[in-house]
Design a protein around this ligand. Sequence first.
Ligand SMILES: Nc1ncnc2c1ncn2[C@@H]1O[C@H](COP(=O)(O)OP(=O)(O)OP(=O)(O)O)[C@@H](O)[C@H]1O
Ligand code: SF4
Ligand SMILES: [Mg+2]
Length: 339
Amino acid sequence: MNAGTAPDRGARDNNTHPLLQIENLRVHYSAGRQKLNAVRNLSLSIDAGQTVAIVGESGSGKSSAAMALVNGLAGNGEWDADRIVFKGKDISRQELMRLRGRAITYMMQDPSGALNPVLTVGDQIKRVLKYHTSLSKAEREIRALELMERVEIPDAASRLQAYPHEFSGGMQQRIVLAMALAPDPVLLIADEPTTGLDVTVEAQIFTLLARLKRELNMSIVLVAHDLGVVATSADEAVVLYAGKVVELGSVDALFRRPRHPYTIGLLQCAHDLHRDNILNPIPGRIPGLEERPTGCVFHPRCAWKTEECESIDPELAPLDGQRVACIHHQDVSAATPNS
Ligand SMILES: Nc1ncnc2c1ncn2[C@@H]1O[C@H](COP(=O)(O)OP(=O)(O)OP(=O)(O)O)[C@@H](O)[C@H]1O
Ligand code: SF4
Ligand SMILES: [Mg+2]
């Protein structure tokens, strides 16, 4: 059954254009009189049915970028972009905002923030359907049950009457997913959808997301800090460090041949964790918004740093289908074995 919000779905089969393109997305937060850049010039292109991951450590600006796309920034946040193209047509920021909640939906990092503790989960799903679809009351009842079944909540009919605290963390996240799917979106933005869940439940949620993406031919922007998750769930990845895109490309290429020292560090860290259960983070820490260094923003932590790196802020340069922002990427690549 369709949610009855068909206008955007009709053109989904047109594969000649990416579903959504954003050029040079910028996000800043005001702090007193200062405007602090959280994301600089992030460009994204998402095809129909594709998963694009935004990856990086905590504080790199992933949620800021994702929230900008759905106009969900905190009150002191603002965003802008040079160009927004939806299904091949240039649209304004206001037009993008009108897609929010219908063609584009958002799944928050923390399910407890998305669920109202005093409403049953059934009522919460039906509320989304009421505001974002044209379904009748009777159709909303049917659709709410269908959504609970779609996200594999056992005994869905009776569980519609339950409150969020009666569900485990993993089940709560499935309900948040049901709410995000309710308007039948063409693009789901999933911000670290498995934060706080154990690895088994995490794997179940990602398997479910992959199945739903296939069944619904939906695109996903997946925000993640774990490269293991990205490897199995995404087609393309954008690596973000301190608000700047340092590398992007297909997940296959990034894993086979990472070019940027930060991507290499993240991959090494993921290998150590998954293979040996050892957390071996990149030395140093990501700078806060007020501490961003001049030159290459990664230079205080980079083993490849030279004096030039302290003054040159490298552009994202195309390289064999990937893009990388590092002035020494050739030396770095030559010294890094392909995996
Ligand atoms: N409302 C705000 N005001 C000021 N600074 C903010 C605000 N929200 C986020 N920041 C800062 O912006 C930077 C990026 O934050 P963001 O939440 O986007 O990172 P993230 O990559 O999603 O991190 P995490 O993995 O921890 O969720 C951080 O330095 C953060 O402290
Ligand atoms: S530009 Fe310099 S500091 Fe930045 S990642 Fe490349 S080698 Fe490291
Ligand atoms: Mg975040």
